[in-house]
Design a protein around this ligand. Sequence first.
Ligand code: FAD
Length: 414
Amino acid sequence: MTDSIDSQQVCVVVGASHAGSQLAVQLRKEGWTGRIILIGAEPHLPYHRPPLSKAVLSGEKSVAEIALRPHSMYTASAVELRLGERVEHLDVLKKTLLLSTGESIAYDKLALCTGARVRKLGLGDQLDGVHYLRTADDVANLKSELVAGRRAVIIGGGYIGLEAAAVLTQLGLQVTVLEASERLLQRVTSVVMSEYFQQFHESHGVKIVTHAHVTRLAGEGRVCAVVCADGTEFVADLVVVGVGVTPETSLAEAAGLEVINGIKVDQYARTSAVDVYAAGDCTWHPSALYGHHVRLESVQNALDQSRVAAANIAGKQIAYDALPWFWSDQYAVKLQSAGLLHGYDDMLVRGDRRNNDGKGFSVFYFREGKMIAADCVNRAKEFIACKRLIAERLDINRQALLDENSAPDTFASV
Ligand code: FAD
């Protein structure tokens, strides 16, 4: 492969995670014959991020075991992997990048796959025992503190917080989840799902407190309590903060690219600057399916959008219009969600919404009679059927959706 590389053309990919790694390898498959340089700030071989709050946190897997692809695959694709290096500055007029090492690199095409970074609490984050959960290094630090019997307070009842709660509880810690809003998962799902996850975690011994507005992390040197606005204090041996992420757009913003809720790209993954593309968590992109711009935090989006970006960098013109989907693992439950539910005007529940019978259940969301989203708890076949219903905007067979005896392949009306 290296013999046929045209060193006159250079594509640089910034950010070596799901989007960046996929884009670099795919670009070669798309027939790009120039150099491909993949630069990532993290020192590790690009790895799957979701297991960090699941199998890596629980100790079932090491970071080495969750590599996205072996080192040999980058070599085979003639992708020049530069890890542990940060791009500090982008000049879109000169088409150059400045690295943390002081080196300057010129590009012909550039892909920004800079992802997202954790939103900081800003209330005593510097205290020992306060953890965030985004990178392999974050998890290594947190894991060293996980001793059975310790009291862990998790701030934030979103997916990351709840996955951490499940693992920590299973490791024997006493876990309290503090959620500022009136219910868990409020930003991403319906009351039905929030109620299910609340009772599910409580049945495993997790204490859940909603309307909990954290105002201070108390402690000298090391955190010892979390203090809320109403004066309630939660004693803590350690704290995990999971209050969301913000897109990593600093490089793009400083370079004058259009940034709204993420780096603005069109359906071809092109930014507002010539020859600069972007993909993954960092983008604010149009969704033809939903008719507005979205920013997604999911592996599916990172992979699908980076494949489109790679094809377009290589000279094609392919529009990105993939259905968003997501999953979360908590205890023995796999939640799979398809589509975006915002703006739904009707909902159906198939199965026992409390999952008391252990057979799982699904919640379907509709707008103007069409399914726009679905949450499936341990119901993989229904999730697959719903992905098609939503993506292809098919008419639905309501009776089949409600009747537990109807197979998922009858969900579409004929
Ligand atoms: P990121 O993974 O954020 O990677 C961006 C990379 O760019 C980082 O390595 C960063 O260091 C690097 N970078 C940024 N700026 C620069 C720079 N200037 N120079 C060099 N490098 C730079 N999604 C799911 O679909 N299902 C799940 O179950 C799920 N679970 C998750 C669990 C956890 C704990 C976390 C943190 C996320 C989870 N996600 C899950 C979300 C998913 O991991 C993200 O959507 C995905 O990682 C996005 O990939 P990305 O490549 O766009 O960005």
